[in-house]
Design a protein around this ligand. Structure first.
Ligand SMILES: NC(=O)c1ccc[n+]([C@@H]2O[C@H](COP(=O)([O-])OP(=O)(O)OC[C@H]3O[C@@H](n4cnc5c(N)ncnc54)[C@H](O)[C@@H]3O)[C@@H](O)[C@H]2O)c1
Length: 326
């Protein structure tokens, strides 16, 4: 029986906790929140789980095999440092930080300990994404276009630049990661973040609500990714389309459409639950030491973070940013 802890008591902690509660030979033993009350509230929904208001107390009171870290971008740092120091494997939600300095430090420490990690880039676990990757192998990519569009999230930390890092780092990172996973590394980034179009409708907004980023890939292909959080609630879309010498591969989180001169094929994801697959891959690694099923570990996620942080830097300077090899 694996003993698991969760840090964070918000929406996504609950998603992971529900999956852990259904997993075989796994016990959600402990929840850590910013207060014991909040942690107790989440823990009380799961048999055997105890709430803690401090990570040190949780780790000293429980013998945990792994921890899920589900906190906002600005809260990363000391939590991971403590897990690494105690050699506890962890699954951390994306994005891994607000900047590059912290995750570079953490990645080095993780590598030195050979610690098992997983990062919540769940698209990688979809059958349609595996198909996208396989289809691209026999083709030459010319161009890619990606998008993440929706409304302003309700949580206050998300609207603050120093809380979330902005939409490209916080949400559109999923599309950047998918582009890297399917089509290879990014070499150069040029970004224009415009608008504060809807910020007056909400309190405490310091993030831009429109952005457009151009990327050059190592393969020679170019990509454009746009994002906005200016849409009304319930309206939005996200996806990635790859334009190749043999046609288009148009991916959305529910479907892959393969368009060639012979016609169109749909590869729908139907019942796939990428979060469950991601969690299973991590738990398998913790149980057996075999990390081969993990599709995004901390070192890989660091390269996605490098692209999104470069976009922020480019938007601020107005100049393209060439990525150094990590
Ligand atoms: N992979 C995905 O599809 C996906 C989906 C949703 C959220 N997420 C990510 O999960 C993370 C959390 O998002 P959420 O929607 O649960 O946010 P949320 O605001 O609902 O919850 C965040 C929780 O973290 C807690 N927290 C903050 N600092 C903490 C600390 N130092 N110690 C313990 N707890 C702390 C807060 O009290 C809160 O309970 C974000 O990075 C988000 O991007 C990923």
């Amino acid at each position: 029986m694996l003993q698991i802890g969760i840090i964070g008591t918000g929406w996504f902690s609950r998603v992971h906790a529900d999956l852990l509660a259904q997993a075989a030979d796994v016990r959600l033993s402990a929840v850590c929140g910013t207060s014991k009350e909040k942690a107790d509230r989440l823990a009380s929904a799961y048999r055997d789980a105890k709430g803690y208001g401090s990570l040190t107390e949780m780790l000293e009171s429980e013998r945990l095999d792994a921890v899920y870290v589900c906190v906002p971008p600005m809260a990363h740092g000391d939590l991971e440092r403590e897990l690494i120091a105690r050699r506890i494997p962890f699954l951390v939600e994306k994005p891994i930080a607000l900047d590059m300095q912290l995750p570079i430090e953490l990645e080095k420490a993780i590598r030195e300990q050979a610690l098992i990690t997983s990062v919540g880039y769940h698209f990688r676990y979809l059958p349609s994404v595996q198909r996208l990757k396989a289809e691209l192998e026999g083709r030459t990519l010319a161009m890619a276009s990606g998008e993440w569009s929706g409304s302003m999230p309700q949580v206050s930390w998300w609207r603050r630049q120093d809380g979330s890092g902005g939409q490209f780092i916080e949400q559109t990172t999923h599309v950047v990661d998918l582009l890297r996973y399917a089509a290879g590394e990014v070499e150069e980034v040029y970004a224009a973040y415009a608008g504060r179009v809807v910020h007056k409708q909400y309190e405490g907004v310091s993030v831009p609500d429109v952005g457009s980023v151009t990327l050059k890939l190592a393969s020679g292909a170019v990509a454009g990714i746009i994002n906005t959080c200016a849409l009304p609630s319930g309206v939005g879309r996200s996806g990635l389309t790859l334009y190749t010498d043999q046609g288009m591969l148009a991916w959305t989180p529910k479907n892959l459409e393969i368009v060639t001169s012979e016609g169109r094929e749909q590869a729908a994801d139907e019942e796939a639950n990428p979060y469950a697959a991601e969690s299973e891959a991590f738990l398998h690694a913790v149980r057996t030491g075999d990390s081969s099923r993990i599709r995004s570990d901390y070192a890989d996620a660091l390269r996605t973070q490098q692209v999104t942080c470069a976009a922020l830097e480019s938007a601020a300077s107005g100049l393209p940013v060439k990525l150094e090899r990590l």
